[in-house]
Design a protein around this ligand. Sequence first.
Ligand SMILES: [Zn+2]
Length: 164
Amino acid sequence: MSNITVSGIDSAELKRVLEAGVDHGGNSIEPFADKDGGMPMRCCLADSRAGDNVAIIAWSPFSWHGPYKEVGPIYVHTDPCPSADALDELPEDFDSRAMVLRPYGFNKMIAYHRVRHVPAGESLTAHAKELLAMDDVDFLHGRNVTGGCFSFAASSKTKSSKTK
Ligand SMILES: [Zn+2]
């Protein structure tokens, strides 16, 4: 049993946004067929398959407000897919890509001194567990190394805060 929870984006909120047709940045959502597949989907934390209906949307993966509440681009399926609201660990494919783990403190700010660059091939789940065991870390984001795009969130099951 894992003591952390890993998640993509909130599936209920995605459903609401897709139904509204407007993303978190105020843009109209324009779905398209993914010709080649292999794009990183944030709804199910899997790569797209050729022919999937997808969209690039502006998204804010935060449940609170403040200056650190960023909005950025992510890929999502526009048809229903298996949600990734609460996994015990990351799918293994994630370890093949380098990733920045960006922890946030309980003060709703980035815990800059805890930010960690994880090289490809190392266990992101193990690194996330280490960071989430620290007293000054509330939750963390996995972020694309080059673009900084949101990849996943992780939080501790045993800490009191449920923000992400
Ligand atoms: Zn999906």
